[in-house]
Design a protein around this ligand. Structure first.
Ligand SMILES: Cc1cc2nc3c(=O)[nH]c(=O)nc-3n(C[C@H](O)[C@H](O)[C@H](O)COP(=O)(O)OP(=O)(O)OC[C@H]3O[C@@H](n4cnc5c(N)ncnc54)[C@H](O)[C@@H]3O)c2cc1C
Length: 412
């Protein structure tokens, strides 16, 4: 980096290359990709303090194994975890399916070590819970998508491993009922409710049609489903999920459901959730949005978003799914059956505009967990508070005055 800074070579930090917004991909053609994929392995694991220090090229899956071998849990799960690496996961502040209980990558990180644009080393690998000695510099790097420095190692939080999981796929009539169920379950289960995902029926139909599921994972046909999971702490009796759901079944809030009775059944339920995005590519072209709104506004987002998209693109098939408990919906749409994919995608901007307008009106964000990269720079410039944008530009020019780190990303 010192050399690159001196001669003005532009650098693209790349980790597992699974980012969904092109942050790790060159934009101009004259940049050098700096891969951290060989910077692997652990530096330290401290079970008593509940943290581990990993080099940034360690894959997320390896991080899970390192935690597991120490008898602990590192609770960040995403479908790309076999390839995604700690540096990229932190660089993009990834979320996943357990943010509800444990937080996103930012909340799981206590400190980072990073190489600055001029080659100097920021040594912020502390493991302190409390440190009020000025600005939180760690948080400049987490979520900065490689534009402010290159993370080389990180101190990550570890948690006690749950003794068991209780997982259910529940039929609900509407996103509004799913939200009521969420607040009911959270009131009963507290932080042991570690996942709460919403899915529409059409997502299962697609998976069955394309042979991605050998059998219907649900109890029966319902317009919407919730995948809810409790992580049962050591020493606590199992059965909490069934007990918490009793009233919901009695009042008809949940109309039917499946509670996993084996690990294989739990895995099948999760597979049906994880394949929601991938199956859309088998069903033709799709238009995707990774958005968030306050949790209470999710039903309104889904209702208004579906209506608005159908207006601008008649026949479009909405497949909104995701982390209802975090207010984060992957608001995706599949092309109308039999439509020409190219013609459908030509209308993508009208659908984007319709969805983003509703998201912003509801006080939401146009990028909940995937970031800005090169895909959403124009959108960010359009919707972000001008004062916030000016602060972001000041930070960028202070830390990378020559603009050699990931040029054109995030701020455009
Ligand atoms: C199948 C699939 C499922 C996914 N599911 C989720 C999900 O559920 N939740 C979610 O949040 N995301 C998800 N993602 C996207 C997610 O952002 C990435 O999977 C992951 O976090 C990126 O890690 P990576 O190692 O591949 O980073 P890369 O793709 O290599 O890089 C991502 C960004 O980080 C920067 N970067 C890379 N290394 C460093 C470093 N050392 N220091 C600073 N910056 C760096 C890059 O320049 C780039 O801007 C998914 C992606 C796929 C393909």
């Amino acid at each position: 980096m010192a050399w690159a800074h001196e001669v003005g070579v532009r650098i693209i930090p790349q980790a597992g290359n699974t980012g969904l917004v092109g942050g790790q991909v060159p934009l101009h053609g004259d940049e050098v990709i700096l891969s951290i994929s060989r910077l692997t392995g652990k530096r330290a694991v401290d079970v008593r303090a509940g943290n581990m220090v990993l080099n940034a090229g360690t894959t997320l899956e390896e991080a899970h194994t390192i935690a597991d071998e120490a008898g602990m849990l590192f609770p960040l799960y995403i479908a790309s975890q076999g390839s995604a690496r700690i540096g990229g996961v932190l660089g993009s502040n990834a979320g996943g399916v357990q943010v509800l209980a444990y937080g996103n990558a930012r909340e799981l990180c206590l400190g980072v070590e990073a190489v600055m644009a001029d080659g100097t080393l920021y040594q912020g690998l502390n493991a302190l819970k409390k440190d009020n000695t000025g600005y939180d510099l760690k948080d400049l790097f987490v979520g900065s998508e490689g534009t402010l420095g290159i993370i080389t190692a990180a101190t990550l939080k570890l948690f006690p491993k749950p003794a068991a999981h209780e997982t259910a796929l529940l039929n609900v009539a509407s996103p509004d009922d799913a939200l009521t169920l969420f607040s009911t379950l959270r009131a009963r289960a507290g932080t042991t409710l570690t996942a709460f995902e919403i899915m529409p029926r059409i997502g299962f139909d697609f998976q069955l049609k394309h042979g991605m599921l050998s059998q219907d994972p649900s109890a029966d046909i319902s317009p919407w489903y919730v995948l809810a999971e409790l992580s049962v702490p050591q020493g606590v009796a199992e059965g909490g999920l069934a007990a918490a759901l009793e009233a919901a079944f009695e009042t008809g809030l949940v109309t039917n459901g499946v509670i996993a009775e084996s690990l294989a059944q739990r895995e099948m339920l999760w597979l049906a959730r994880e394949q929601m995005s991938e199956v859309q590519s088998r069903e033709g072209a799709s238009i995707k949005h990774d958005v968030s709104v306050p949790v209470a506004a999710v039903p309104e987002l889904i209702a208004r978003g579906m209506e608005a998209a159908l207006k601008v693109a008649p026949g479009i098939r909405p497949v909104p799914f995701g982390h209802l408990g975090d207010g984060n919906i992957h608001f995706n749409f599949s092309q109308p059956e039999g439509a020409d994919p190219k013609v459908f995608m030509a209308g993508a901007y009208a659908v984007h505009d319709a969805i983003y307008e509703i998201v912003l009106a509801l006080g939401g964000s146009v990028s909940a967990e995937h970031g800005i990269g090169q895909l959403k720079t124009a959108l960010l410039a359009k919707v972000k508070d001008p004062v916030a944008l000016a602060m972001m530009r000041s930070i960028k020019s202070a830390l990378d005055p020559k603009g050699i780190l990931n040029p054109g990303k995030v701020l455009g």
